[in-house]
Write a protein that binds this ligand. Structure first.
Ligand code: ATP
Length: 238
């Protein structure tokens, strides 16, 4: 159903200097779904996120809620509701958890709603509520990932793109984070989950795309991808 398409990418190419990395990537993300973008190390996943966020030059089409993102600046893209949670969290280490969350809302003027949204984040991530006065840099890896995700949500995104959410985290923590993603999806936030851990990402997603050397090589319902013999053989070691 075309009205449900939130992001539509067509023929997107990008690279670094003379080196091409993305070769005509096309994909579609619909409202209130979790989409996994998976592929091995160096496939170009982070490069695709950088092109979508408009920090990297690209050719092709990026249509987000009917608007062309290609001519926009990164700040304008953020303002349009396409928000990235970067690989490695990139928190403000010397600021408190709460001040990090407030940084996510820096473009918003609705003070009362911001205060309400802080409380929503503490309900979603109780650990952050317990530690809101703690410096972000002194938190555990899992807590820092929660803080980075909550900071992104404080921007009130239409689409939250999360790069390597699970990296370096214990399985029990990753499981909690996946549950949070399902909750925010059910509340209407669309999620693009970029992961090297293909099984993990497809297990928690509605749909998925598999990327290899700068191109999408498989796409579809996440369950169908996990069951696809070609995907199982090439990526899941089965
Ligand atoms: P990973 O999960 O390891 O980050 P990835 O799928 O996200 O992998 P990218 O980080 O997008 O892959 O990298 C794709 C290719 O682009 C790699 O060959 C990488 O070496 C190259 N690359 C990434 N960043 C730069 C850069 N700043 N300058 C030059 N080449 C780069």
């Amino acid at each position: 159903d075309a009205v449900d398409v939130l992001l539509s990418v067509d023929g997107l190419s990008a690279g670094y200097g003379e080196m091409p990395v993305l070769n005509g990537v096309s994909l579609e993300i619909r409202r209130a779904e979790i989409v996994a973008l998976v592929g091995s190390n160096g496939a170009g996943k982070t490069t695709l996120l950088r092109a979508l966020s408009r920090v990297l030059a690209c050719t092709g089409t990026i249509s987000f809620m009917g608007h062309n993102l290609v001519p926009l600046t990164p700040d304008q893209v953020f303002g349009a509701g396409l928000v990235q949670v970067p690989e490695g969290r990139q928190l403000f280490d010397r600021m408190t958890v709460e001040d990090n969350l407030l940084m996510g809302a820096y473009r918003r003027a609705d003070k009362a709603a911001i205060t309400g949204d802080l409380e929503r984040m503490y309900a979603l991530f109780p650990r952050l509520g317990e530690r809101k006065r703690q410096l972000a840099g002194s938190m555990s890896g899992g807590e820092q990932q929660m803080c980075a995700m909550a900071r992104g949500l404080m921007a009130k995104p239409q689409l939250l793109m999360i790069d390597e959410m699970s990296l370096g985290l214990a399985p029990v923590v990753v499981e909690q984070l996946m549950e949070v993603l399902a909750r925010i999806r059910d509340e209407g936030v669309t999620v693009l989950l970029v992961e090297q851990d293909i099984h993990l990402a497809l297990s928690g997603a509605d749909r998925g795309y598999v990327m290899e050397t700068g191109s999408i090589v498989h796409g579809g319902e996440a369950k169908a991808l996990i069951d696809d013999p070609a995907v199982r053989k090439a990526y899941l070691g089965l």
